[in-house]
Design a protein around this ligand. Structure first.
Ligand SMILES: *[C@@H]1O[C@H](CO)[C@@H](O)[C@H](O)[C@H]1NC(C)=O
Ligand SMILES: *[C@@H]1O[C@H](CO)[C@@H](O)[C@H](O)[C@H]1NC(C)=O
Ligand SMILES: *[C@@H]1O[C@H](CO)[C@@H](O)[C@H](O)[C@H]1NC(C)=O
Ligand SMILES: *[C@@H]1O[C@H](CO)[C@@H](O)[C@H](O)[C@H]1NC(C)=O
Length: 392
């Protein structure tokens, strides 16, 4: 361990380097060998040094610790102290995190554990009590599931990066405490369904990225709490249908990407078509894969005539059942009760067909919609993409 005494470093090369960087040196504590330390706030920088374990001698009062690009395999209780505010330990080879490693770290704001491909599993208590945590990075960690309660109590979390794992399933209410979450990145996983309470509680969510998954089914109420969402990416999934009702909860939506899905443009697509007609934001193409006569067409440019063969009596019936509340529907023994909930969801897709008797108007001149300023939308989208990619 290299120690400093009243502003003097034992390693002259380091002192020179620090002085070149214009940093004042007032060290009273030790700095681990092969690391660089500087005060206010106390910072320890040990990146890219082939460390196989947490180096010894990290000062107790360190607030910022940079350990990225090493070969560290274990994180245990006692490795860090609760004064820590920022820990970057991405791109290591962490295989195990003791659930007590960050116990009572009430100052921790940013924790970057990304790109540790052999991590694979986390205990439910790992992040317990991190009341100030603002950003949590868990991308490329080989995770295939998340224990229920793992994000419990993280009321200040704003950024949660879970992309490029192998997550197949998200438990109901897993994000329910994340009232301040703004960005949730789940792309590049293996999710195949989104349930009614998957995203419950995310009342401040701004961006939800779920592209590059295997989504086949989205519950019609899956997005019910996301009233502040502006960006939703669902491209490159296996969706053949999505009900308009699903998107109708997203009152603030501006950017929607649905391309790269095998859309079925039969009668059941009518509610999505109808919602898209009314949507004021920017949406990708929605290319139909089936039925055969629609193959290659964009759902967005279909006309009311394309739905003329869809049974009106079916629509009428659906509108009637729609007037029951969820509770009524559960209590009444209506004749849907023999269907699976999935089939039920599909049938209700035509609920909104009441509105679709109006002819489609050209974009920008729809009743009740503001004209879209396309260059402006493109610029905003470009800025959004830049931000998203810079964060990854
Ligand atoms: C990382 O850890 C895994 C699992 O223990 C091991 O198989 C692999 O060789 C390690 N990689 C490196 C570069 O040390
Ligand atoms: C987080 O949410 C709580 C409750 O809604 C609020 O009081 C607090 O100010 C929020 N914190 C941040 C950083 O937005
Ligand atoms: C969709 O995924 C495939 C395979 O992972 C990839 O090659 C393709 O570029 C992706 N498309 C988009 C639009 O990202
Ligand atoms: C509607 O039905 C007629 C007669 O069965 C058929 O020729 C036509 O292709 C159908 N149109 C659509 C859009 O499915």
């Amino acid at each position: 361990t290299v120690c400093f005494d009243q502003g003097r470093l034992q390693a002259p090369a380091k002192e020179l380097l620090l002085m070149l960087l214009g940093l004042e040196i007032h060290f009273t504590a030790c700095c681990p060998i092969d690391c660089v330390c500087y005060p206010s706030p106390m910072t320890v920088s040990c990146q890219a040094h082939n460390f196989a374990s947490i180096p010894e001698g990290i000062p107790e009062n360190s607030e910022r610790i940079f350990l990225q690009n090493n070969q560290i395999t274990l994180l245990l209780r006692g490795h860090f102290s609760p004064s820590m505010v920022t820990l970057w330990i991405y791109s290591n080879n962490i295989t195990f995190i003791d659930p007590d490693t960050f116990d009572e770290f009430v100052n921790l704001e940013e924790l970057d554990l990304g790109d540790n491909r052999y991590l694979r599993a986390l205990a439910a208590e790992t992040f317990q009590g991190l009341v100030k945590l603002h950003a949590l990075y868990l991308y490329k960690c080989g995770l295939s599931s998340l224990p229920s309660g793992i994000f419990g109590g993280l009321h200040n979390l704003q950024y949660l990066y879970l992309q490029d794992n192998h997550i197949e399933f998200l438990q109901d209410d897993i994000f329910v405490d994340l009232v301040n979450l703004s960005h949730l990145f789940l792309h590049g996983n293996k999710l195949w369904s989104l349930h009614q309470n998957t995203f419950r509680g995310l009342i401040n969510l701004d961006r939800l990225l779920i592209h590059q998954n295997q989504l086949q089914w989205v519950h019609r109420r899956a997005f019910h709490d996301l009233r502040r969402l502006t960006t939703l990416f669902l491209f490159n999934n296996s969706l053949s249908e999505l009900q308009g009702e699903c998107l109708a909860h997203l009152g603030a939506l501006e950017f929607l990407r649905l391309n790269g899905n095998p859309w079925s443009c039969d009668c059941k697509s009518r509610s999505l078509w109808d919602w898209l007609r009314r949507f004021r934001g920017s949406c990708s193409s929605v290319i139909c894969e089936s039925p055969e006569q629609m193959h290659g067409k964009d759902l967005k440019v279909l006309k009311a005539e394309d739905y003329r063969n869809c049974s009106g009596s079916e629509s009428l019936h659906q509108i009637k059942t729609h007037t029951f509340s969820t509770a009524d529907r559960g209590a009444s023994k209506d004749h849907h009760s023999h269907h699976s909930s999935k089939e039920k969801g599909k049938e209700r897709g035509v609920e909104h067909s009441l509105h679709s008797s109006q002819p489609a108007a050209p974009p920008g001149s729809r009743p009740g919609s503001l004209p879209i300023n396309y260059p402006y939308v493109c610029l905003i989208m470009f800025i959004n993409y830049m931000e998203i990619y810079l964060q990854m």
